[in-house]
Ligand binder design. Sequence first.
Ligand code: 13P
Ligand code: SF4
Length: 340
Amino acid sequence: MSDDNTIMLPGADHAVVRPPMLAERFDPLAREIYALKKQLNAVILAHNYQVGEIQDVADYVGDSLGLAQQAAKTSADVIVFCGVHFMAETAKILNPNKIVVLPDKDAGCSLEESCPADKLAALQATNPNFWTIAYINCSAAVKALCDVIVTSGNAEKIVRAAPADKDLLFVPDENLGQWVMEQTGRPMTLWKGNCYAHVEFQSATLLRIKAQFPAAKVVVHPEALREVRELADAVCSTEKMITYCRDNPAKQFVIVTESGIIHRMEKECPEKEFICAPTFDVMKMPGDKCRCSECKFMKLNTLEKVRDCMKSLAPRVELPEHILKRARLPIERMLEISVR
Ligand code: 13P
Ligand code: SF4
């Protein structure tokens, strides 16, 4: 650790790794978390959608891919996963002998819910030539049934690398799947799941926002509907959204994803303006305040719950041995293809 209390984790070149630890210096709760972190030899991994206070105490903040990569190489004894359940499960699958805790065990995901393992197994049984590609937003049991995992940050690359003689089955996000098909030209059978938060964005609302901010670049997550993606200047994962906004000379950006990401954007690009796309029709509801999209699952986590899960080492992620073993294969395949 350097004198100004910042650290860089090896290999974490693109994401916020450790902001100056002002939070620990001034906030008693953050100070308590920092002391627990040292005592437990813990690492705090946080998704880009977490509330700002959590991002500020994390060792690493990033997208699902970056978080999986960090989990794969951590030397910590305890992983405190500030995100949703499937992300913490992925960290556990990569670290079966470490303790993985998450602040709120109910932090689920509508995509994960949409795809129960027994239903997927039944569909797989209808075609022995299926090669199953699962978006990381699914349960460990579903991962254990799949050939490879993807995130929004590497889905295109991984689908391009899929065996040419196989029939591709993509689960569980039909919008991400549709976008990847558009990018690669590779047909896929799509599971009919979606992110309840991202499908709330509508093209009519976005067109009005674009008219209001004509110079702004529009950045959209691929979980959004096609009608919304078609209005984008860039469609990408949350991590790539941050890089895009940092590197693009534009001064204003309309951000079409969960609003928690704005914290990092404002921190990393203080000279730029980020407009959180509203999820309601501005013209039909004049005077209403912007209700930017929030993922109710991501927002279950609070700084208090981070402290509590570190104190009690619970809730803890535990998975059956056979799931841990089988689910590791498609995740490792993803990590391997991602660095090629
Ligand atoms: P990213 O991997 O792009 O951060 O997306 C995760 C997610 O859950 C989006 O809703
Ligand atoms: Fe799941 Fe959507 Fe929340 Fe992401 S934003 S965790 S996809 S419900």
